[in-house]
Each structure stands twice: as structure tokens, then as C-alpha cells.
Design a protein around this ligand. Structure first.
Ligand code: SR1
Length: 348
């Protein structure tokens, strides 16, 4: 009798236990399907190497975990046809949403549309898929370049010989380039004497080789606008090898712990960067996909605002890591883009 009662009691409790387990996978108070959990999303990247892209992915993974999402991460090897194939694989996996991070629009637009046609939500970060049903995440690249160039003017005036690092075809670099072109048009005293750059799996070292040639041929270059941290790292490497670290100033985009160390070290020519926290951008991208999967509206343009970080300010504040930066500048660790009350946000 006793064991019967124990059995009956357990039988009564079992469904409760199961339902609690199921609730543990979902989020209490969240809209379907996040109330139950088990939502599958894919993150498909064009580039995975480098500090920016690793931090972006880490932020996406953290936000997905907090939402109980099963996130399939497809690594990027700067191969447009492989990225296209990965979108098709994600569709076949039956994911509810896909985040496409950088890439070549021509090889992605039709497969992204195929995903939409199957009811899969798509979000694009820094790749212009030119589709009204695909929200675009970016780091306010025009504002980013404007802030960097305002700092250039503050420190160098409006007449100087410049080097410029740029590769066409990447949406964020193209947007930053629009600002650079306007800046030159508005400031006749700014003379661009060298333009170089590459995006590859060895961006920094290849840029360093190019920068060495450009800086040797143009010893009057005083300012280098290098709006991607891998570019700035390459130019700094070249300046060190040529022994001209005290002759040029480098202005960039992006930040990481390694960048902060390079910017703040004694005698560094890398004097300012304008950056978001890439982990926050990764989290925002996942939130935008999750909101759509939950049937909630997101704006077509989603922007994460960047901050100017000067060498002087980083040194004065004793900032040595990204974590220090977030401690001193709490806004750096959050964004109010693509949020909802049911989405956990304290991730890092
Ligand atoms: C090759 S594109 C590199 C840029 O993508 C992201 O927007 C980062 O800010 C980086 O500068």
C-alpha cells in the first residue's frame, strides 16, 4: 500500500516535473515559440577570423543561450560560394531564422529570398541584401567615420598628407568610404597620396607590407585613415618596421583587448578608434531574428551606435581591456536596439 501511494504520488508529480523541465527550456512570459524553447537559428558568417568577428560571434552565442536558442554557427572562410551553400544548408536544417553576417550580396540575395519564401526569418549584418523583408544591422558607419575624421581634424587641422586603407565591396567599408570621399571634397588641404588595403585571412600582415611600400614612397604622409582594426594593426606594424612611429598618426574603427594594448602602448602611432562592442552587435543581430520569429516587428534599419576612444582617454582612464572599457563606460556593454521585455539582456 505504501509503495502504491508512493507510486501514485510520483505519478501525480511527474507531469509537473516534466512541465517544469519544459519551462526551464523556455522563457516564462515570452511569446511563442520562446515560451517552450528549442528554437533553432543559424549564424552564417563570411569572415570568422580576427578580433571583431570572434567577439561578434561570442555575443551572438551568449544572446542565443540566454534565449534558449539552439544556434548553429557556420564559420566564414571568405568564400562567397561556401556562404551561399551554408544558407541552403540552414534552410534544410529547418531553422526558424538566419543571421547573415557580411558577404557578397550577389551570391546571397536569391538564397535569402528562398529562406523567406519558406517562412524563415532573415537578418543581415553588414551585407546589403536590398530586401524590404530583411532587417539590416549596422554600426552607424557614417557616424563612425565622421567621429573618426572629426578627431583627425582636431589633432591635425584640415591640411595634411594622408594615406587611406580601403577595400571596396564590404558594406561597412563602403559606407565609411562615402564619408572619407566627402571629407576630402570638403577639405582641399587634405591630400590622399596613397590608397591600399586587402581583406584576406592575413589582412593585418598583408596590409603591413602594402603600408611599408606606401609610406616609404610617400614620406610626407602624416595621417593614415584605416577604418578597420586589422588595417590599423597592419599600418602600425609597418610604421614600427620603418622606424617612423613618431611621424604618423593612425585613426581606425573597431576595438578589442588586443587593440587597446596596441593603442595605449608607449610611442604607439594608433591614436584613436571609433567603435561599438562587437559582442553587443552580435547580440543585437540574434535579438532581431528572435523578435521576428516571435512575430514581433523590428525596424528595417537597426543601428548600434559607436563611441570615440582616443589613446589619451584610454590611457588616462587606465583602460587595458574590453572589460575595463565596459566598466568605465557602461553604455558600451548594452544597446537598446531590438529589445523586448521578455528578452534577457545582461549577457557579459
Ligand atoms: C571587412 S569589413 C570589416 C568591418 O566589418 C565590421 O563592420 C567591423 O567594424 C569591421 O571594421
Amino acid at each position: 500500500m505504501r509503495s502504491y501511494l508512493r507510486l501514485a504520488a510520483s505519478a501525480a508529480i511527474l507531469p509537473l516535473l516534466f512541465s517544469q523541465a519544459a519551462m526551464a527550456d523556455g522563457i516564462a512570459g515570452a511569446p511563442a515559440p520562446f515560451d517552450k524553447g528549442g528554437v533553432k537559428l543559424a549564424l552564417i558568417s563570411y569572415i570568422s577570423a580576427g578580433d571583431f568577428f570572434q567577439a561578434y560571434q561570442a555575443g551572438a552565442v551568449a544572446q542565443a543561450k540566454a534565449l534558449g536558442i539552439d544556434l548553429r554557427v557556420f564559420p566564414g572562410r571568405q568564400d562567397a560560394s561556401e556562404e551561399r551553400e551554408q544558407v541552403l544548408q540552414a534552410i534544410n536544417l529547418g531553422v526558424s531564422g538566419i543571421v547573415i553576417d557580411h558577404g557578397v550580396p550577389e551570391s546571397l540575395a536569391d538564397v535569402a529570398q528562398q529562406a523567406l519564401d519558406k517562412g524563415i526569418k532573415v537578418v543581415a549584418f553588414d551585407v546589403n541584401l536590398n530586401n524590404p523583408n530583411i532587417p539590416q544591422v549596422e554600426q552607424s558607419d557614417h557616424a563612425l567615420a565622421q567621429q573618426a575624421l572629426a578627431q583627425v581634424v582636431k589633432e591635425n587641422g584640415k591640411s595634411f598628407v594622408a594615406g587611406y586603407v580601403y577595400v571596396a565591396g564590404f558594406a561597412p567599408l563602403d559606407r565609411r568610404n562615402e564619408v572619407w570621399e566627402k571629407f576630402k571634397a570638403d577639405n582641399a588641404g587634405v591630400v590622399e597620396k596613397a590608397h591600399f588595403g586587402n581583406v584576406s585571412d592575413t589582412t593585418a600582415t598583408t596590409t603591413a607590407d602594402q603600408a611599408k611600400a606606401a609610406l616609404t614612397a610617400n614620406p610626407d604622409i602624416k595621417v593614415v585613415f584605416a577604418p578597420y582594426d586589422e588595417f590599423a594593426r597592419g599600418v602600425k606594424l609597418a610604421a614600427g618596421d620603418l622606424g617612423i612611429k613618431d611621424k604618423i598618426k593612425i585613426y581606425s574603427a573597431d576595438v578589442s583587448t588586443a587593440d587597446i594594448q596596441e593603442i595605449t602602448e608607449d610611442g604607439s602611432p594608433w591614436v584613436a578608434t571609433v567603435a561599438t562592442n562587437p559582442a553587443v552587435v552580435g547580440a543585437v543581430s540574434i535579438r532581431a531574428a528572435a523578435l521576428q520569429v516571435a512575430g514581433q516587428a523590428v525596424p528595417h534599419q537597426i543601428s548600434v551606435e559607436p563611441t570615440l576612444l582616443t589613446q589619451a582617454a584610454l590611457r588616462a582612464a587606465g583602460v587595458k581591456t574590453i572589460e575595463d572599457l565596459a566598466d568605465k563606460l557602461p553604455a558600451f556593454n548594452t544597446s537598446d536596439a531590438a529589445t523586448a521585455s521578455w528578452i534577457p539582456q545582461k549577457l557579459f
